[in-house]
Design a protein around this ligand. Structure first.
Ligand code: GDP
Length: 441
């Protein structure tokens, strides 16, 4: 089943494989039946002629389909009982339920897409923000795969050059200049390193960021939290110390799914419940990508503010001076912390704060390289291995080690790049990637 289990307008069952047309054809009363890329309206019937549903069927003949095999897509009414009946009939006729991601796996096996594109399929389906979806779509389009193609070509050229030198060494062929080859390997490495650097943004984009809001009680943390989420989530009151648990919600900041945590006010406290809240706050802070310290801009800086500031100073942080709307003057001690001035009440300064958050998360740098960025830890690890092998080849070449040794490293690097796009695969890699897919994709 390619659509979620539940009641809906239509539900789609998809069948792929050499027998797909034959299996589905026998249950379908439609003329002409199952032509390539034609939508056919007909009745889905048991072999005894009982109608199960009225359906629309689209067939894709191999190799012009998602999987590269014959594919039949049956759009029935979106009722789980009907859809299950259809699936049971198809199974009885010799098909089996697909494993998670098996349609996409078959697409890779039949050369319809490479592994990077397969990963992008999952990222696209799971995208939580526009930005994530946009990048996934571009990878699906093959942009990242293309960017790897050039360094790979160069690497193959280097290997061929060295191999020739070794093969014909006895024939008095001039040996390749080791320094020159090392330089060229360095060039390939630099290209891969630029790509690898994009992972800091890619990781942010794919896994999101955690931002924790901290500060003394009553400075306006909950109000800011609600503003950033543009919804009432946290409880706002005038009694200090009411936000005792850590609340969290996801917002979209420049395409990055950002999880905001509103925390219990940090202060010395004797209240047991509040103490628990404070210790949770400190735990949450240690795992944050960014800590936002809120101070009350309408009053002078408190010693407690500085105590918190000292705790977060070494972490990635932003200081926010709130209550700008009622701030008669600005305390120089607050100004020294270089805060972003806002009013959580009126919304003033919120846009600037969002921009500052983007910059602090490092998302700005990524403009322009969008699409050709690494977005999975698998991609990152594989590229890092390719880079390390290149570096080792360069060292070998420069130190006069026999070229055979450098060749081994270059082959290792090439095999990493092949692994990245899936020209070389192992059960392990495939298992890791496709087990995270949903069934039916
Ligand atoms: P928290 O304890 O830090 O989470 O603070 P709250 O968000 O609960 O706010 C404490 C009090 O300050 C509430 O009465 C809010 O209405 C008020 N407050 C919050 N932000 C502002 C602001 O920007 N301007 C003004 N004038 N009051 C604010």
């Amino acid at each position: 089943m390619s659509t979620p289990m539940g009641r809906s307008g239509i539900g789609v069952v998809r069948v792929s494989g050499a027998a797909a047309l034959r299996i589905c054809g026998q249950f379908l009363t439609a003329h002409p039946p199952l032509n390539h890329r034609c939508a056919t309206n007909g009745r889905w019937q048991t072999l005894d002629g009982d109608t199960v549903d009225e359906v629309v069927v689209v067939a894709y003949h191999h190799p012009h389909s998602y999987t590269g095999e014959d594919v039949v897509e049956i759009s029935a009414h979106g009722n789980p009982i009907i859809l299950n009946a259809i699936i049971t009939m198809i199974q009885a006729a010799g098909a089996r339920i697909a494993a998670p991601g098996e349609f996409t796996l078959r697409a890779v096996a039949h050369g319809k897409m490479d592994l990077i594109q397969a990963e992008a399929v999952r990222q696209f389906i799971e995208a939580q923000t526009d930005g994530q979806a946009r990048i996934a779509l571009r990878q699906l389009d093959g942009e990242l795969s293309k960017r790897i193609a050039a360094p790979k070509e160069s690497l193959i050229g280097l290997i061929a050059h060295l191999e020739a030198g070794i093969d014909f060494a006895e024939d008095d062929v001039e040996l390749p200049d080791a320094q020159k080859i090392a330089d060229e390997a360095g060039g390939v490495r630099a290209a891969l390193e630029r790509l690898q650097q994009s992972y800091s943004y890619g990781r942010l984009l794919s896994t999101g960021a955690r931002i924790v809001i901290v500060g003394r009680p009553n400075v306006g943390k909950s109000s800011l939290f609600n503003r950033l989420l543009a919804m009432e989530r946290a409880i706002v009151t005038e009694i200090p110390g009411t936000t005792r648990d850590v609340l969290s919600e996801i917002a979209d900041i420049n395409g990055i799914p950002v999880q905001f945590y509103d925390t219990a006010g940090v202060r010395e406290t004797t209240d047991r419940v509040e103490q628990i809240g404070v210790s949770r706050t400190l735990e949450t802070v240690s795992e944050a990508d960014l800590v936002v310290l809120v101070v009350d801009g309408s009053s002078d800086l408190f010693d407690d503010d500085l105590v918190i500031y000292e705790r977060i100073r070494t972490l990635q942080h932003l200081v926010v001076a709130n209550k700008l709307d009622i701030a008669a003057s600005r305390d120089p001690a607050i100004e020294k912390l270089k805060p972003v001035w806002i009013s959580a009440r009126t919304g003033e300064g919120l846009d600037r704060l969002r921009q500052n958050i983007e910059v602090a998360l490092g998302s700005e740098r990524a403009e322009g390289i969008a699409g050709t960025i690494l977005t999975s830890s698998r991609q990152n690890e594989t590229i890092l291995k390719a880079i390390a092998a290149l570096l080792s080849a360069e060292t070998a070449l420069r130190s006069g080690t026999p070229h055979e040794m450098a060749l081994l490293d270059l082959y290792e690097s090439l095999s990493c790049l092949n692994e990245l796009t899936g020209e070389i695969t192992t059960e392990d890699i495939l298992g890791k990637i496709f087990s995270t897919f949903c069934i039916g994709k």
